[in-house]
Design a protein around this ligand. Structure first.
Ligand code: ADP
Ligand code: MG
Ligand code: ZN
Length: 634
């Protein structure tokens, strides 16, 4: 709901541009900023005037040849001579301290010739002569040797900073820029403005409680978290959540974006971090919020080129975070949509030790978000926001806010007083088209495949003896890569697994692919990770656990350092022949095939449930453990 600038504003601006400005106006508008120009102009003028006055005598001089000059000396016309390097002056009066102003004296000027008889001639005639070191025009000299180079340097310097752009300006006006670090008061946002991110909300409400009642936690001996990192794809409401925290905590809120710290000049970002924390400590209890933390928090390890400025800024941040303890009442919130590129040092205990996932909303969450954003929008009676939520799978809060706004605009365009359902569907189409172009949405056909795939995993898990119970099924895509997931949670810590349990695990992994196969008679690439894991289990059963028929109780590989990746592990040695390798390959294929058969069979037996659960999953997008068990009839 951006407010557009009214068009007449623009015209006004143009008009005033054309108006002649008064001198003071020009001054106020900073037209005199380049005062160096005026300074230079004044200097040049002064110099010229000075030269003119000084050389007025020269203008009255009669320039004559040296031989004429000599003749005039000989006949006594010239009574006094001044000798300089470049010229000789001859005066018709001997006494006057001639300045040339009186005009009483005639002056002759000539260019000297190396004539050794000239000085004896002067002596002979008794003519007063003096050698004069010509006075240099002082001002001009000063101008040329000092002011001009300095001026040029100054202009060049200005130009450089103009080129660097605002960054240079910022660095120069760093002191003034601190206004950015000034704490915000109430943001006017609270948790009721955020919907769908319930887990994140719960976590952050706790943070607010820390700030309000620190004693409650400290008296028990609990530690208040120093840093909370909000992680989630763009538009899920991370910034909004942080503002909500500030809005309800009633403490000062320092907000900066990671990009604000990244400067052209080494050290500026670090200084800014220092400044930020200094102010925060003075104002404690308070909240520091660093949005887009990845801008400074990028891992130093795999940077292609090292960036001193960013590294210094990051180091300063780490130092500052270590520098205060939990009792100081400063809590640092940060947000990022790329946690994987963050420097591991940031995530260590005592820094951002709490990570809060701000997930994409499910259908119910989307409905709640739509309600929030259409609070002030007049909705027609035919609008069912539940329906709208169902039409917008995969969308985040920002997209939904956009849809409500678009729908309102469309209603206005169509001359309606209230938003109609058709406005909403048109708006959704428009937004979907945009998102599809950006490849951010999953099309309905694929969603169905994903729903069956995940239901397949869950169903097999539920029907397999000893498999970990399913706690959550989701087809809300999570960042890049994962299109959906089925969570299983072991009921207790397990250190040993029986052969049957391993096989059960393989079955669950194959369940996704098998469900796709059974329902659509087509298989997709979505199962590749499942297959890798299933195959690894079978291979380990054969080579490490001695669970194959031919090599029962035989370990075919020697286990070395188990913390190393087997691919790079020099201690993981193959201790078997080519023939055994062949057997292993065949056996892996045989086991997988037989398990797959079994899984397909189970799915066929329970196909009613499979279809029912997948249908509900498509609708709700997320099934919690209880809902899932209820659907299973348990
Ligand atoms: P992020 O910082 O995660 O990229 P924002 O907080 O900037 O996302 O969200 C952009 C806008 O989208 C918010 O100002 C708000 O209007 C809307 N929005 C996003 N998520 C939610 C949500 N969970 N509930 C309500 N509105 C949301
Ligand atoms: Mg944000
Ligand atoms: Zn899977």
């Amino acid at each position: 709901m951006e407010s557009k600038q009214p068009p007449d504003d623009k015209w006004k601006k143009k008009d005033s541009d054309q108006e002649p400005e008064s001198f003071m106006d020009m001054f106020r508008h900073g037209k005199f900023r380049f005062s160096i120009w005026y300074f230079i102009a004044a200097l040049v003028l002064l110099t010229l005037v000075n030269e003119l006055v000084m050389n007025r005598a020269v203008n009255q001089q009669q320039i004559i040849s040296f031989s004429q000059f000599k003749t005039l000396v000989e006949d006594g016309t010239i009574r006094r001579v001044q000798l300089t390097h470049d010229y000789y002056l001859g005066f018709t009066q001997s006494t006057s301290q001639n300045t040339g102003f009186g005009g009483v004296t005639d002056v002759y000027r000539t260019v000297p010739v190396n004539d050794p008889s000239f000085i004896p001639l002067l002596d002979e005639k008794g003519i007063v002569y003096e050698a004069i070191v010509k006075k240099e025009p002082v001002m001009l000299n000063l101008l040329l040797s000092w002011v001009l180079p300095l001026g040029i340097m100054f202009i060049f310097w200005r130009f450089m900073f103009k080129r660097i752009g605002n960054m240079g300006e910022n660095a120069m006006t760093f002191g003034r820029n601190r206004s950015k670090i000034v704490a915000e008061g109430e943001t006017g946002v609270d948790f009721t403005d955020v919907a769908g991110a319930d887990e994140a909300k719960a976590e952050l409400e706790e943070v607010v409680d820390f700030l309000k009642n620190p004693d409650k936690y400290l008296s028990i001996g609990g530690k208040i978290p120093k840093g909370v990192l909000l992680v989630g794809v763009p538009g899920t409401g991370k910034t909004l959540l942080a503002r909500a925290v500030a809005g309800v905590a009633h403490v000062p809120f320092f907000r900066m974006s990671g990009a604000d710290f990244v400067e052209m000049f080494v050290g500026v970002g670090a200084a800014r971090v220092r400044d930020l924390f200094k102010q925060a400590r003075e104002k404690a209890p308070c909240i520091i919020f660093i949005d887009e933390l990845d801008a400074i928090g990028k891992s130093r390890a795999n940077a292609i080129s090292s960036n001193d400025e960013r590294e210094q800024t990051l180091n300063q941040l780490l130092v500052e975070m270590d520098g205060f303890d939990a009792t100081s009442g400063v809590i640092i919130l940060a947000a990022t949509n790329r946690p994987e590129i963050l420097d591991p040092a940031l995530l260590r205990p005592g820094r951002f030790d709490r990570q809060v996932l701000v997930d994409k909303p499910d259908a119910a969450g989307r409905e709640a978000i739509l309600r929030i954003h259409s609070k002030n929008v007049k909705l027609g009676d035919d609008i069912d926001l539940t329906q709208v939520a169902k039409m917008t799978p995969g969308m985040v809060g920002a997209d939904l806010a956009n849809i409500v706004n678009e729908a309102a605009l469309l209603a206005v365009r169509n001359g309606r007083k209230k938003v109609a359902h058709s406005d909403f569907s048109d708006a959704i189409e428009k937004v979907i088209a945009g998102l599809e172009k950006k490849n951010k949405l999953i099309n309905p056909k694929e969603r169905k495949v994903i729903a069956y795939h995940e239901t397949g995993h869950a169903l097999i898990a539920a029907l397999t003896e000893g498999a970990d119970p399913v706690t959550k099924i989701s087809i809300v895509p999570r960042g890049l890569g994962a299109l959906g997931y089925t969570l299983q949670m072991p009921e207790e810590d397990r250190y040993l697994m029986t052969e049957d349990e391993l096989l059960g695990r393989i079955d669950v992994l194959l369940g996704g692919r098998a469900a796709e196969d059974f329902i659509f008679k087509k298989i997709s690439t979505g199962a590749s990770n499942d297959l890798t894991r299933a195959t690894d289990i079978v291979r380990n059963m054969i080579t490490e656990y001695g669970m194959s028929e031919r090599f029962k109780n035989v370990a075919l590989t020697k286990r070395g350092n188990q913390f190393l990746n087997p691919m790079e592990n020099p201690y993981m040695q193959k201790e078997y022949s080519e023939a055994t390798q062949q057997y292993i390959d065949d056996e892996i294929a045989r086991v997988i095939a037989s398990r797959y058969e079994r899984v397909l069979q189970i799915l066929e037996e329970h196909q009613e449930k499979l279809k029912e659960i997948a249908g509900v999953l498509l609708e709700k997008e997320v099934l919690e453990q209880k809902e899932f068990l209820a659907l299973l009839g348990k």
